[in-house]
Every structure is written in C-alpha cells, then in structure tokens.
Design a protein around this ligand. Structure first.
Ligand code: FES
Length: 147
C-alpha cells in the first residue's frame, strides 16, 4: 500500500466514510420504496407450499406462497405486515428465489439477505431481516415432509 502522510490518510478515510454513507442512504431509500411498493405482494391461488411465520417480539408476520414447476420456483408471493426491513426483505427474497431449485433455496444464508438489504443491522433488526428467510426455510421443510 502506498504511504500517505497522516493528513492525506485522514481525508482519504473521510472520503471513504462519505461514500459508505451515500451507499447506505441509497439502500435505505430502496428499503423504504419496497416497503411502500412491495414486489410479489399478495396470495397465490395455487401453490406448492405456503407458510406463515411471525416475529414473536413484535408480532410482525410474513405469509409466503410458493408454486413449484419442474422442481424450480415458478412463482412466489407474500402477504405480511410489519416493519420496513421485514417487508423489504420479503420483497427481495421473493424476487431472488424465482427460477431456483429447492436445493438452491437451502443454500441461501443470512449473509445473502443482509447483502441484498445492504445496510448494517443490530441484533433486533436482524430478526426483522431474517423473518422472510425463516418462513421460506420452514416452508421447504413442510414441502419436503409432504405437509
Ligand atoms: Fe417486527 Fe421488524 S419490528 S419484524
């Protein structure tokens, strides 16, 4: 790494901080936009599995509907109520899973969700962010168990 005098290092670090803040602001706006205009909102009249989960701490809910075709996700939709992060996360997840196989769904990690959301979250908000993924993974368990 190139040597920089302390004053140049400080201004380079400030520039990086402001770029990070700007990026986080863009993600924040995107989350609010998804909250107001969710993707894949509603019920599916025909589905391969459906699952409802709630965050016991706040009572927020996600009900997920998934229709499989040829062992891939053909359609996914959700209804829910709750905070902007839980609802935006459900929008992002239902977009992300389309066309994927059950095995691919099982590989989705919390890091995938956090990177889609793009903002730093504390432990309380983490539960909000992961509610949709928890719902999906429980739904897959039901589906595989034939429930
Ligand atoms: Fe309830 Fe976020 S506050 S899921």
């Amino acid at each position: 790494m190139r040597w920089l005098p302390p004053s140049r290092k400080r201004s380079a670090s400030l520039a990086m901080d402001s770029e990070l803040l700007e990026a986080e602001e863009i993600y924040r706006e995107h989350i609010l936009d998804l909250y107001k205009h969710p993707h894949n909102s509603g019920k599916l009249s025909s589905y391969s599995f459906r699952r409802r989960e709630l965050n016991p701490v706040c009572g927020d809910q996600i009900e997920l509907f998934v229709r499989m075709d040829d062992n891939k996700i053909a359609e996914a939709a959700f209804i829910g109520h709750g905070c902007a992060i839980s609802q935006a996360s459900a929008s992002l997840l239902t977009d992300f899973i389309k066309g994927k196989s059950v095995d691919e769904l099982k590989q989705i990690t919390r890091e995938n969700i956090l990177s889609m959301l793009g903002i730093a979250l504390g432990p309380v908000r983490m539960k909000c962010a992961l509610l949709a993924l928890k719902t999906l993974l429980k739904g897959i368990e039901d589906y595989e168990a034939g429930n």
